[in-house]
Every structure is written in structure tokens, then in C-alpha cells.
Design a protein around this ligand. Structure first.
Ligand SMILES: Nc1ncnc2c1ncn2[C@@H]1O[C@H](COP(=O)(O)OP(=O)(O)OP(=O)(O)O)[C@@H](O)[C@H]1O
Length: 405
């Protein structure tokens, strides 16, 4: 078996073998919001590489006090407003914040334990770090830049092969070029390749898209999706763009003023009616579906998920393909009776789980549609007139669905 194969997602088995389990700890989940069923199409969690961190740091005007339990596979997004501590968390996990106290471990490997006087320096931690700008050596061509990544690896420690990494990131045709002759997105792909050459146990990405213009972002994002889908390597990704997080992340950590506000699978955290995230204009739930069938006559595709099926504009994928969608709360309305003679194609039977009213006369309703959580935003007057309350069986009318890929 090539070394690289050990990192391919399909080869990952949980500790003790058997099928991949999706169960995991979900710190920060508020009482009253029962967990949705784990969704098979969102990345499985491998226990062996689970990252745990307890981080404490005090700067003038900012304190970090964060406890993280992150899955050992797939992409975790650290998300929050500017100054909430996302980059500081990432740097502390890497060992780049030497004043940070606490404990950091990946699987059973302890990188820091302040109580026990353990602090493994950053260069001894098997991690890859990708910065906002690729930080390539300008005088070296792409091949030498990537090769540099494995310089400090001891013989026998390399687990990822140069050719396979180059192919994975689609950069074979760039190997002889100097960084100045690469686009921003290409430079980032080379930076990621260099990080992978160190055979990391975790890849840390600090806003890898933020320095790119919209066109370059759109170009790089599918490569990050590919890494997520093809590598069995946990990735922790800092972003303040919800569109990127919705597309990429399996697990979402919300940070605010140096503290963890919520942490859990993206479908659960985005469905929490008690969080400001859901109340924002773009608030909506990320749902994992599979392409069921295509109706080419009408240019439609049916996406199946635990809660039923939704029809969307044609998705150019094969039946069975995993398709991630986002359903905005503002695009879901509620009817007590099954609507008849309506132009809305997507109507899902659902149960109200929770209702949260705001001071602007709006109500957010959390729904359970066959084990999948959805949000609906209605006026408080409608909510009261319809008597919307937890436990009530309703029909969720989905007016719009964003297909994320
Ligand atoms: N070395 C430092 N010394 C003192 N304060 C710092 C230092 N580095 C960061 N900070 C402060 O810590 C806070 C958190 O910074 P951090 O960069 O982690 O936030 P962030 O969520 O990543 O923000 P952004 O999205 O703007 O990058 C900010 O108030 C910042 O000014």
C-alpha cells in the first residue's frame, strides 16, 4: 500500500475498527435543543486524531478561555467576529503562542500540558500551517518550495508522497515556475502542498482565502473541498466568511470574545435558534443530502435527506453523489395544513422543536424534519396566530435552497 493511501479518507477506521461512528462530544449545546440525528454525508469522526485543547491567555483588552474538542477527521471551522480569538486559538494549538497556558493534545499525543511542564515547540509538532499568504520562498521554484516541506522529516517518517500531493492539488504543470509567476490561488495550493509534505497529523489553515479576490477564492475553494473529501486528515480552518464555512466545514466552533459559544456538527450549530448566527439575515441550516434523481425535462434534481426530499434546479452530478445545501430561515414558511394548489414544490412534514422570539417582532422556529433540523423565520404575529409551539406538527414550505456543491 503506498504511504499516501493511509491518509485517504476511505482507509480511516475508528479505534477498534468497524464502521465509522458519527457520535461525538458536543460541548456548548444548549439544553432544550435536542441533538439531530448524525448525518452520514457529513464527514465521519475518527477518534484517533481527535484534538482537545484547553487554552488560556491574557492580553490587555483580550482574554482567551477556550475549551475545544474537535473531530479527528474532516474540516473544523473556527468562526466568529473580528477579534474573537480565532487566529489566536489556531496559533496556540500550533504552539506559536508561548504565553498560552493549558493543554493541547491530538489523540494520545500531548503537545502542551502547562500543569505538567510540557511544551512541545512548534517545529516538533507534526502539523501543517497554511497562512493567509502562502509565504513561499521567492528564489526557489515550486518543486523546491514543496520539497522544503519534508526537509526536517526523519528518514522513514514521510507518509505522503511528493507525486501524489502534487496530483492531489493539480500543480504538476507549475513545478518549474517561481512563485512570482503564480496566481494567488496557485501560490496557496503550493503552500498547502508544502504543508502536506511534512506528513502532518493535522492541517491548520488561517484564513487561506482572505488575501484572494473573489475570482481566485472561487478557484481555490474546490481544491479545499477536494482535500476535505479525499484526505483522512483533520483540518482546522479559520474564517469569518459564513459562505466559506457553509461550503467547507463539517464541524463548526463559534467564538466570541475569546470564548466558545457553540461547537458541534455544522448542521446542528447552524440550526440553533438561540444563536445570533441563526438570527442574522443569512441565517440558515447546512444540510447534507444525496442526489436522488434528475428530471431533465423540467431541469430539476431531487435531493434526498433524512427529512424527505427537495427539488432544486438541475445539479450536474451523478445520482448518489453527496450534495450539501443551505436552507435559509427566511426561505422556510410554516403551514398547519398540507398546502394544496401552491406553487411551492418543497413541502416537508415537520415537528416544532423550539421557538425563539426577538425584540424586532420576529420568531425563529426550529423544526425537526425526519431527524434533520431546519429553521423558519416568521413574524411573531403569525407565530402567535398559528399557535406555533414546541411539539406541534406542521408543514415546512421551502421556497429556496442554495446548492453549495
Ligand atoms: N500578540 C498580541 N498581543 C496582544 N494582543 C493581541 C496579540 N495578538 C492578538 N491580539 C488581540 O487579541 C484579540 C484576538 O485576536 P485574533 O487575531 O485571534 O482575532 P480573530 O478572531 O482571528 O480576528 P480577525 O478575524 O480580525 O483576524 C484581538 O483583540 C487582538 O487585537
Amino acid at each position: 500500500m503506498p504511504f499516501f493511501s493511509r491518509f485517504l479518507r476511505k482507509s480511516v477506521v475508528p479505534e477498534g475498527g468497524g464502521t465509522l461512528a458519527a457520535g461525538h462530544a458536543r460541548p456548548g449545546f444548549a439544553a432544550g435543543f435536542a441533538p439531530a440525528q448524525p448525518d452520514a454525508a457529513i464527514a465521519p469522526y475518527a477518534a484517533g486524531n481527535r484534538i482537545t485543547a484547553r487554552l488560556a491567555l491574557d492580553w490587555p483588552g483580550f482574554g482567551l478561555a477556550a475549551e475545544l474538542t474537535l473531530p479527528g477527521a474532516g474540516v473544523t471551522a473556527l468562526f466568529g467576529p473580528s477579534g474573537s480569538g480565532k487566529t489566536t486559538c489556531l496559533r496556540a494549538i500550533a504552539g506559536l503562542e508561548s504565553h498560552c497556558r493549558g493543554r493541547v493534545a491530538i489523540g494520545d499525543e500531548v503537545w502542551q500540558d502547562s500543569d505538567a511542564g510540557v511544551f512541545v515547540p512548534v517545529h516538533r509538532r507534526p502539523l501543517g500551517f497554511v497562512f493567509q499568504d502562502a509565504r513561499l520562498f521567492p528564489h526557489m521554484n515550486v518543486r523546491r518550495n514543496i520539497d522544503y516541506g519534508c526537509k526536517r522529516l526523519q528518514t522513514g517518517a514521510r507518509r505522503m508522497d511528493f507525486d501524489e500531493i502534487v496530483e492531489l492539488l493539480g500543480i504538476a504543470h507549475l513545478l518549474d515556475r517561481k512563485p512570482a509567476r503564480l496566481s494567488g490561488g496557485e501560490q496557496q495550493r503550493v503552500g498547502i502542498a508544502r504543508a502536506l509534505m511534512t506528513s502532518p497529523r493535522v492541517l491548520l489553515l488561517d484564513e487561506p482565502l482572505s488575501a484572494l479576490d473573489e475570482a481566485r477564492k472561487a478557484e481555490l475553494l474546490p481544491w479545499l473541498v477536494k482535500l476535505r473529501d479525499e484526505l483522512a486528515l483533520p483540518m482546522i480552518f479559520v474564517s469569518h466568511a459564513m459562505s466559506e464555512v457553509a461550503r467547507l466545514a463539517d464541524h463548526l466552533v463559534l467564538l466570541e470574545r475569546g470564548k466558545v459559544l457553540a461547537s458541534g456538527p455544522i448542521g446542528e450549530v447552524t440550526a440553533r435558534a438561540d444563536l445570533a448566527l441563526a438570527r442574522s439575515e443569512e441565517g440558515g441550516v447546512v444540510v447534507a443530502t444525496r442526489l436522488g434523481l434528475r428530471d431533465d425535462g423540467y431541469g430539476l434534481s431531487r435531493l434526498d435527506f433524512g427529512g424527505g426530499a427537495i427539488w432544486v434546479s438541475r445539479v450536474e452530478r451523478e445520482p448518489g453523489a453527496a450534495v450539501r445545501v443551505q436552507i435559509a430561515a427566511r426561505d422556510v414558511s410554516i403551514a398547519l395544513d398540507p398546502p394544496s394548489r401552491s406553487s411551492i414544490q418543497n413541502v416537508l412534514p415537520a415537528l416544532i422543536v423550539a421557538r425563539s422570539d426577538d425584540e424586532r417582532g420576529r420568531s425563529l422556529i426550529q423544526l425537526d424534519a425526519g431527524g434533520v433540523r431546519l429553521l423558519s423565520r416568521v413574524t411573531r404575529r403569525s407565530a402567535e396566530q398559528l399557535g406555533l409551539r414546541p411539539g406541534l406538527a406542521v408543514h415546512a414550505q421551502v421556497k429556496g435552497v442554495a446548492v453549495l456543491g
